[in-house]
Ligand binder design. Structure first.
Ligand SMILES: [Ca+2]
Ligand SMILES: [Ca+2]
Length: 86
């Protein structure tokens, strides 16, 4: 049985393991628009990222998830760049 509870916008789920894919912030094994939405919400303070999510979101590895990472993930989704992890 999956444990999950939602309060308004916030969703809490057990996130024990590290996010495996760079840019896959919600850890669903795909890098897609949902991850861009999540990083943008975090940038604007609408949501909190876990430590693992912050690492997955920090695609350019400068120590923090921000607009540059969001842009890189978008470029990756529309195939302007081939890879997020160098
Ligand atoms: Ca994802
Ligand atoms: Ca970054």
């Amino acid at each position: 049985m999956k444990y999950s509870c939602e309060y308004h916008n916030m969703k809490f789920e057990p996130l024990q393991q590290e996010n495996k894919i760079t840019g896959d912030i919600n850890n669903d094994d795909n890098v897609d628009i949902l991850d861009v939405i999540l990083i943008n919400k975090a940038i604007y303070g609408k949501t909190e990222l876990t430590e693992a999510q912050r690492k997955a979101a920090d695609v350019n590895n400068d120590g923090k998830p921000d607009a540059n990472d969001s842009l890189m993930i978008m470029k990756y989704i529309i195939k302007l760049i081939d890879t997020l992890s160098e």
